[in-house]
Design a binder for this molecule. Structure first.
Ligand SMILES: *[C@@H]1O[C@H](CO)[C@@H](O)[C@H](O)[C@H]1NC(C)=O
Length: 281
């Protein structure tokens, strides 16, 4: 399984074919290479200025000598990486092909004078990184019309930056993350949003046209108010009916007699009853 994975990584690296070069003529240089790519390290300006050079890997650990030069001759020592390295004596450049993550680490260059006495030591730190790839952008509307946008990628040590219509977004809330970087856009923003991901050896970007989010927060608020009104109405109606029910029997028996001189108003019948007429009936 590991072998299969290794093969996959290598073939992916070959398809990238990234080349990086680093000036390693200063002490404590930091150099970066792409996984599966080619790394050029310029160790010296002109090799003929030195009588002897030794280049080591992991000087504080196993300390394996990779390369040795004497006058105009050079030897790649028998190490696990010997098939992947080369040296150009004309310009003092060391080449590492098909870089692997195990190539990351400390290296050391030691120079010697004509009598074989060390004349200088220079350290170098090499980082082999997976290039950033396949950036993905996703957005989501929040309440109050804000928008949350996430950018994600594969690769080592990605650094994210954002632009909207070419303008760098600075006053946005960003939440740092290695695999995913999330920003929150203010209400009403629209345009072409670009997320750029870079690490030391590569960069990639993705753009998306964004339109303002509908203010979901407000509509929810309106719904809430409508519901409130409805509940209030129901309560009012209910209590009115309840009250009415209680008063209804009284209404049924209530008969308003407007008695005046033997005649009255029968509110039930809705007629004015005359006393004389009643008597004749
Ligand atoms: C050094 O020489 C080699 C072979 O001629 C070349 O590929 C490489 O780019 C050169 N490097 C520099 C730093 O000049």
């Amino acid at each position: 399984m590991e072998a299969v994975l290794g093969l996959l990584v290598i073939s992916a690296g070959v398809s990238h074919g990234l080349e990086t070069s680093c000036d390693a003529r200063q002490n404590v240089s930091q150099c970066y290479g792409a996984l599966g790519g080619t790394v050029y390290l310029q160790l010296v300006t002109d090799d003929t200025r030195y009588d002897e050079l030794s280049f080591y890997k992991d000087p504080t650990g196993a300390k394996t000598k990779i390369l040795e030069t004497r006058k105009d001759k050079w030897v790649i020592r028998d190490t696990p990486i010997k098939d992947r390295v080369d040296f150009f004596i004309n310009n003092g450049t060391f080449r590492l092909n098909n870089a692997r993550s195990t190539d990351s680490g400390e290296y050391l260059l030691e120079t010697f004078n004509s009598v074989g006495i060390s004349s200088g030591i220079r350290g170098l730190q090499l980082f082999i990184e997976a290039p950033v790839s396949s950036p993905q952008l996703s957005s989501e509307c929040l309440s109050h019309g804000e928008m949350r946008v996430s950018c994600s990628s594969e690769g080592d040590g990605p650094q994210y930056s954002w632009t909207l219509d070419g303008q760098t977004l600075r006053d946005t809330e960003t939440s740092p993350g290695n695999e995913t970087n999330t920003i929150t856009l203010k209400k009403g923003l629209s345009g072409d949003l670009t997320c750029t991901i870079r690490n030391y050896i590569s960069s990639d970007s993705i753009s998306k046209r964004i339109s303002p989010c509908l203010e979901r927060g407000v509509s929810v608020f309106v719904y809430f108010q409508l519901a409130e009104v409805f509940i209030l109405l129901t309560v009012c109606l209910g209590s009115y009916c309840f009250y009415k029910k209680e008063t209804c029997p009284q209404e049924q028996v209530s008969r308003v007699y407007a008695v005046s001189g033997g005649s009255w108003w029968d509110s039930d019948e809705g007629v004015f009853v005359l006393r004389g007429a009643m008597e004749t009936n």
